[in-house]
Ligand binder design. Structure first.
Ligand code: G1P
Length: 290
């Protein structure tokens, strides 16, 4: 029996420079897609995939995230008084969603360094790490798709998607062999390679299932792309010692930390909403896009 994935880590200390000025004093993880902050989508995905305990790795100016997942006493009181019980339930559900703790990454030294802050929280269990920028719209939650593969192979699993053309240079990229439909055994990986040097068109998406030996690998990792401690480089070290798998996710991935990606995600998710989709579709149809 493999250990269940009960714990998840959410690196959320990044400065959000791709989304300035909105992220000057507000966390990018709190940008709303339609009416829900990015981080709530990803927390909900993890809970739907079996996660019970969450560590959010924050930094300065990120207290809005903690407030969002806390009880808002005044707001709840007001909603009750005004008999807005649907809204009350929605707001209360956010603070009941999971056991959430916080720690701070004091310097933005890279994703590997951020994940390292979870060492004590994780202890000796396997765990998931999820990036709130990557919103995956799918029938089966993205992390759940990976948990199934983790349980079959008893090995770390990362998420991947096909990215064609020069855009591949914006991602970690894997070199891998397909061992069953949409499941790959990883041979090698590289963080943000130049287009000509990318080993494939399979990009790493911000969902990871790690075993605790990733922390030793991070300790051995030297600064890489952008001068930061990259999780891709740490995984590459661990790859010498144990197999790593990748799952090609079924669903649509949005880069919601990017301005254009965010706009696309907003439009697509709004069109799917029962309460807004109809009128929004009509509005879009009425636009003269000439
Ligand atoms: C991070 C990872 C990269 C991965 C990407 C997915 O990069 O380092 O390997 O492909 O997330 O979104 P970032 O976008 O944080 O620079």
């Amino acid at each position: 029996m493999v250990n269940k994935i009960r714990k998840a880590v959410f690196p959320a200390a990044g400065l959000g420079t791709r989304f300035l000025p909105a992220t000057k004093s507000s966390p990018k993880e709190m940008l709303p897609l339609v009416d829900k902050p990015l981080i709530q989508y990803v927390v909900e995905e993890s809970v739907a995939s079996g996660v019970e305990s969450i560590l959010i790795i924050t930094g300065r100016d990120k207290s809005a995230i903690e407030n969002h997942f806390d009880i808002s006493f005044e707001l709840e009181q007001l909603l009750k008084e005004r008999n807005k019980l649907d809204l009350f339930d929605q707001v209360r559900a956010i603070s009941d969603i999971a056991q959430i703790s916080y720690t701070r990454q004091k310097q933005a030294l890279g994703l590997g360094h951020a994940i390292y802050q979870a060492k004590d929280f994780v202890g000796s269990e396997p765990f998931a790490a999820l990036l709130a920028d990557d919103i995956v719209d799918s029938e089966i939650p993205a992390l759940q798709q990976m948990v199934e593969v983790y349980e079959r192979y008893d090995a770390p699993v990362i998420a991947t998607m096909q990215v064609d053309g020069e855009d591949i240079s914006r991602f970690g990229v894997i070199d891998a062999e397909e061992v069953e439909p949409n499941v790959f055994k990883i041979r090698d990986m590289v963080e943000k390679p130049p287009f000509a040097e990318a080993p494939s068109n399979l990009a790493i998406i911000g969902r990871y299932i790690f075993t605790p030996d990733i922390f030793e690998a991070i300790e051995q990792t030297k600064p890489g792309s952008g001068g930061e401690i990259q999780i891709t480089d740490a995984m590459r070290i661990l790859l010498q010692k144990r197999p790593f798998y990748a799952v090609k996710l079924k669903g649509t991935r949005h880069d919601a930390g990017d301005k254009l990606g965010f706009l696309i995600a907003t439009v697509e998710l709004a069109l799917k909403r029962e309460d807004l989709g109809g009128e929004f579709r009509e509005y879009l149809r009425s636009l003269d896009l000439g």
